[in-house]
Design a protein around this ligand. Structure first.
Ligand code: TYD
Length: 138
């Protein structure tokens, strides 16, 4: 999986003096059907979440509140995306190593996932990730 396949997607933003509104529709704003939604919150300063890859799961990550960084890594290169507004998010395809860090106080990260939860879908060891990537190249 190539690093360039992780992309920032801008969401519709309905600006309104009463407060803005943004929208995510599956297979329209994001390229998959949503099977699961989870969120990460109350992250103590300096903590890191993630640090794994998925075999199948694609995801879309939005900073609903506050800010944090998502580091994506294809085994050769890394790229850091700072998420800090709720009208865009990062699409992460399957097969990239990803980690979330640098959470601000009171940040709220929502993750929309293309799959139901399965521990078998995780690659949790970086060495296994590199091995799998090398096998795919063969
Ligand atoms: P994990 O995905 O490892 O968290 P992170 O990548 O943010 O560090 O999940 C942490 C724990 O929560 C792990 O034991 C699995 C469990 N979990 C579920 O049971 N269902 C879920 O949908 C998710 C995302 C995690």
């Amino acid at each position: 999986m190539n690093l360039n396949e992780a992309i920032i997607i801008n969401l519709p933003k309905i600006e309104d003096p009463r407060g803005n509104l943004s929208i995510i529709e599956e297979e329209k704003n994001i390229p998959f059907k949503i099977e699961r939604t989870y969120w990460i919150y109350d992250v103590p300063g300096g903590q890191i979440r993630g640090g794994h890859a998925f075999k199948e799961q694609q995801e879309f990550i939005v900073a609903l509140s506050g800010s944090f960084d998502v580091v994506v890594d294809d085994g050769n290169q890394k790229k850091t995306y700072s998420l800090n507004r709720s009208y865009y998010g990062l699409y992460v395809p399957a097969g990239l190593w990803r980690q979330m860090e640098n959470f601000s106080t009171n940040s709220l990260a929502i993750v929309l996932s293309s799959t139901t939860f399965s521990e078998d879908d995780y690659i949790r060891e970086y060495a296994d990730f590199l091995k799998q990537r090398d096998n795919e190249k063969k």
